[in-house]
Design a protein around this ligand. Structure first.
Ligand code: SAM
Length: 203
């Protein structure tokens, strides 16, 4: 994965598998798609620009995968509604396409049917060291992190037993003493890595 240094995988437990939801009801009929939209904002958007070295995977109900790739991503704006429209297009693109191939949607966004283990295998194949973001994990500040990292996190619900089983062997990382919103976790990981790269904190 040339040029990608940071990856995030958000596990959505109620998100939509079909595109027939109104953009006006993201928390309701779209199954908390608002959370995934905010995660996309935090994963990619700087004040004036896009973090190009980031991948974001959304795993919806363990079956549908959406991948946003900062290297080629376009049309991502800070508002949730337009992000939801991009995700809805990606969901529409895979309807009736059951194979394991990534289906292109708008620039930088692909979707496919698949599982959490498919995402894990793709990231490991790309040389990423993987971690699970968990309230009870080891505080990130003291941890040595390699240059290519990937972090799994959950949405508004806890990890399911199956997800814990699939990710159980990965190191658990905590960002602080409170249980935080998913998008906040992405922002804090970026900031920690930014601080290290800028030499503002030394580990
Ligand atoms: C809103 S929380 C999930 C719900 C919460 N675990 C609960 O018990 O209801 C969203 C996710 O962000 C991550 N997270 C939240 N707080 C964190 C922290 N302090 N350190 C690391 N990850 C955290 C975890 O992956 C968590 O599952």
């Amino acid at each position: 994965m040339n040029g990608i240094r940071r990856a995030f995988v958000v596990l959505s437990h109620a998100g939509p598998l079909t595109p027939d939801f109104p953009l006006a009801d993201l928390p309701g009929s779209a199954g908390r798609l608002d959370i995934l939209c905010r995660c996309a904002t935090e994963a990619f958007l700087l004040s004036h620009g896009i973090r190009r070295d980031v991948l974001l995977y959304l795993v919806i109900r363990g079956r549908l995968l959406i991948r946003l790739d900062g290297r080629t991503l376009r049309y991502l704006n800070p508002d949730e509604r337009s992000t939801a429209a991009l995700l809805r297009k990606a969901i529409a693109a895979v309807q009736g396409k059951e194979g394991p191939e990534w289906v292109p949607s708008t620039p930088g966004i692909h979707a496919r049917w698949g599982s959490l283990s498919d995402v894990r295998a793709e990231l490991e194949g790309g040389g990423h060291s993987l971690y699970v973001l968990e309230e009870g994990g080891e505080f990130i500040r003291g941890m040595e992190l390699p240059p290519h990292v990937g972090f799994f996190l959950s949405d508004h619900k806890d990890f399911s037993p199956e997800e814990r089983e699939l990710l159980g062997d990965l190191p658990k990382v905590s960002l602080g003493p409170h249980s935080l919103q998913a998008q906040t976790c992405i922002a804090l990981v970026h900031n920690e890595l930014d601080l290290r790269e800028a030499g503002w904190v030394n580990v």
